[in-house]
Ligand binder design. Sequence first.
Ligand code: SF4
Ligand code: SF4
Length: 248
Amino acid sequence: MNNITLTNDEKIYWEKIFNSEFIFETECYKTCNSFCCRWDSEDIPLKIIPKGGTLFYLPKEYAYISQYGKVTENNPFIMKAKLFDKEIYLYYKHCNDDNNCNIKFSRSLYCKLYPFLPVFDINGNLNDIKYISVYDVTANIIGQKTPCYVIDLKTKYLKYWQENTEKIQLLKEPYTLFYLMVGNILHDNYVNTLTDNKELMSLTGSIFWKKWEKLYLAGRLVDKLQFQKDIENLYQEMNSKYNFIYTL
Ligand code: SF4
Ligand code: SF4
């Protein structure tokens, strides 16, 4: 499915990402039974979405990994968003191979950043970090704690990344920066749509998650028109600042 041809510079870039780490919590999975790769908790009782992690890949990242790393047999799914007369893509795959990812297939940038989404401005300044997984964002809003202790290290990582900018320099490359900024737009759009849904927000526990899952899968927890408008505005800014043209 992936017929993207990477330039030599892109190959070198993705190789660097592939060999980089952004979160340094050695063997943290031992404290939580790989919670973020399993999402198997009675506190998040999902019935339709299969248990396991979801890997997201930027298209060029997937092109690199499929040529030089390891991918699973099945092709990823494609998530699309409209961008003027074209579309932007994000690939995603269900993952239930907890702890086997380095043996069977390559971890994505998304997994390497988990649980944090760096929030950059257009100049590449790191202004904030947010949670990168929709489950964590949601659990946090409804006041539910997960077994992940790293999630509580938000202040530490914000300070660390701000003081050691070389550790996140690779993320400021316009293609990746654009995706991370789209991620932030999606995050905020989702938070606003969710918290505006008073009926859903009045529910608790398993009744909340049951209703949440249906609305989430039906795409009702994102304001798509607003999302499209915001991506297009961002794209125009990226285009004037970096002469950035989105190609797969
Ligand atoms: S990041 Fe959090 S949930 Fe994931 S393995 Fe480490 S401690 Fe567990
Ligand atoms: S690729 Fe690895 S880190 Fe990512 S969800 Fe799967 S098992 Fe977890």
